[in-house]
Design a binder for this molecule. Sequence first.
Ligand SMILES: Cc1ncc(COP(=O)(O)O)c(C=O)c1O
Length: 281
Amino acid sequence: MIVYFNGNYIPKEEVAISPDDRGFLFGDGVYEVICAYSGRLFRSDAHLERLSRSLKALRIEEPRLEKLSDVARKLIVKNGLKDLDAKVYMQITRGAAVRDHAFPNDKTSPTVYAFASAFAIKESKWESGVKAICVPEMRWPRCDIKTVALLPNVLANQLAVEAGAEEALFVRDGFITEGAVSNFCAVFDGRVHTYPESHYILSGITRTVVLDLCRRLDIPVKEFPVAESRLKQADECMILGSTKEVMPVVQIDDMVIGDGKPGSITQRLQKAFKNEKLTAE
Ligand SMILES: Cc1ncc(COP(=O)(O)O)c(C=O)c1O
């Protein structure tokens, strides 16, 4: 695999990251995941804008290297992924410096690492729907920053795997915020409800696309928190994310959602999202 590391395209085995890297020591870094369909990047501008916002929030200097959208495209070509669906992962940390909590001096340059790999969602999950579990929110109140410090998400996702579920949904003060790797929506009486943009959720690119599709399809949206106690009244539920797209959730913990099958609004949004993928560039 050819990866990108601090300005160079090199075999993955040749990457040498310092044990003093603050990403390793403190989780002091940010990342993005961009999907590519047949070699074309989906909403890369929005992903890179979010990366820039995350860097600013952590006061990490934006590296003056090659444009990251060009890096993503080159990685796809160099790894023979042009005709496949793939995902590009990119990570920027504050760099390597003698261990001290406060920021290192200005001379420390960020570490930039990116790779592309083939990626395909199991279509059967879109058709049958998946199970999710609820877990208590255990993240810091800046979930809008896409930081590599993902331990609560790791633990939540592991609980989901152990429960035979696709996703873990965080519950803060009785309300579902989002999933460990996705945003969450529930449908009540034909209206899509989802947690409003705030510090408590990551502003998902898929979420933005889907809310825009709702507007275009005349599906009413309410950006308002969904109470865990109301889930049993939901007609449909779904999770949204680059690695999930529009995925129906038909069971949460022991509760069957709606009639236990993907609902009609979810299916309309899935179809519209599929069309939207054709606009990848
Ligand atoms: C916590 C969290 N929320 C939401 C999302 C969905 O974001 P996007 O649609 O940009 O992939 C992700 C994706 O990784 C995530 O980790």
